[in-house]
Design a protein around this ligand. Structure first.
Ligand code: UD1
Length: 381
């Protein structure tokens, strides 16, 4: 790949496909816009997520520019979805010839875009690199390992990632500890979210409800597991409302496998970014199997119980508010009750966030890209 000429803007093709990508791509797009003439970003939406509530509302809430291209791949098996993105993005890369491709996170769109780019000799920057759950049954783990092994810039969010990447033989000069772009977004929008009437709309009192999210195949694809989980959470819901914005994958699984059964929870449609942030902020606890929510609750100082057997984000446990409780409903119920019944400790102490979760990760990333692609350090002019 030919580097940009002296007066040419650096063309970066940035890829976003699924809901957890949008809050990561937003601060990067804003950072490119802050450097007019120096970058020419091309934003590509793969269309992996397409419902208004899963996609468009995030672009709106986070002020992400309209994508330059939408590949419209939609749902399908992993093979179909990955292949569709791979084929369509390859064509686009040949047409647009970017100087680099920027991918975030660990979804199918991430690995597909990476693979297309490296085969065309276009360097890849991977944001949120090096996270490992050590569970190869998770599709995201495969996506992470493969993306990292062929990326040129590996931007990491926490110390564990460096160790993981070095162990896999990644040359240390490719690894850059820059902090967490998702927390850039959270810090940017926290005060706006605080002013929303989300709790009033849902009839909730601050500190008197739990928030639940559930969409991992390991939790929702097994009828038995899903039913037992709902029974436990239904018991909690009798004296602490459990608000459950339901992911389409989970809604499909409930409709298909639990025919006619409605969990005894405060079921609502998926929320936009700002409403969900408002909901997390004042929750007594958050119960989740998401990756990103473990980080967001740590940044907010809200207790989080992760309903999985592992986490790829250990800093949320060692330095944050997260606890990994597994998927056994009996253990989950015990952990919930312990948290619910613990004595009040007075006002929460000042939240201590992990290193570099300070709202400046995107700035660091774009500085490094500019330095390496331009051969000149923008922080030293
Ligand atoms: C994907 C990511 C996962 C991420 C999650 C967040 C992969 C492998 N998984 O999982 O890492 O945590 O997004 O949401 O990339 N659907 C809709 N409307 C939509 C999108 C999906 O109805 O806008 C339904 C479809 O039935 C689809 C199912 O949800 O088949 C699953 O969507 P998919 O993109 O395959 O994976 P997620 O479970 O969302």
């Amino acid at each position: 790949m030919t580097p940009p000429h002296a007066n040419e803007a650096i063309r970066i093709l940035a890829v976003a496909g699924a809901r957890p990508n949008f809050m990561k791509i937003a601060p990067l797009m804003h950072e490119f816009a802050r450097r007019p003439g120096r970058f020419e970003p091309i934003l590509v939406h793969t269309g992996q997520h397409y419902d208004k509530a899963m996609s468009e509302s995030f672009f709106h809430d986070l002020g992400i520019p309209e994508p330059d291209v939408n590949l419209g791949v939609g749902s399908g098996s992993h093979g179909q979805q990955t292949a569709q993105v791979l084929m369509k993005i390859e064509e686009l890369l040949i047409e647009r010839r970017p100087h680099a491709v920027l991918v975030v996170g660990d979804v199918n769109s991430t690995i597909a875009a990476t693979l297309a780019a490296v085969k065309l000799d276009i360097p890849v920057a991977h944001v949120e690199s090096g996270l490992r759950s050590w569970d190869r049954k998770m599709p995201e783990e495969i996506n992470r390992v493969l993306t990292d092994s062929v990326s040129d810039w590996l931007f990491t969010t926490e110390p564990s990632a460096l160790q993981n990447l070095l162990r896999e033989g990644v040359p240390p000069e490719r690894i850059h500890f820059v902090g967490n772009v998702m927390i850039d977004t959270l810090l940017t929008h926290r005060e706006r979210a605080r002013k929303l009437d989300t709790l009033e709309r849902l009839g909730l009192e601050p500190q008197a409800y739990a928030v639940l999210t559930l969409h991992r195949p390991s939790n929702v694809d097994s009828t038995e597991q899903l039913k037992r989980l709902f029974e436990v959470l239904g018991r909690l819901n009798k004296d602490l409302p459990v608000v459950f914005p339901i992911h389409p994958r989970t809604a499909n699984a409930v409709a298909k496998n639990l025919g006619g059964y409605t969990p005894d929870l405060q079921l609502i449609e998926p929320l936009g970014y700002l409403d969900f942030l408002r909901l997390m902020m004042d929750a007594q606890m958050v119960l989740t199997d998401s990756g990103g929510i473990q980080e967001e609750t740590t940044a907010l100082g809200v207790p989080c119980l992760t309903l999985r057997d592992s986490t790829e984000r250990p800093v949320t446990v060692t330095e944050g508010t997260n606890r990994i409780v597994g998927t056994d409903p009996v253990a989950i119920e015990a952990a919930i009750l312990e948290l619910r019944d613990r004595p009040a400790t007075g006002p929460a102490p000042e939240v201590r966030r992990p290193a570099l979760w300070d709202g400046h990760a995107a700035e660091r990333i774009v500085d490094i890209l500019e330095r390496d692609l331009r051969g000149k350090d923008p922080t030293k002019t």
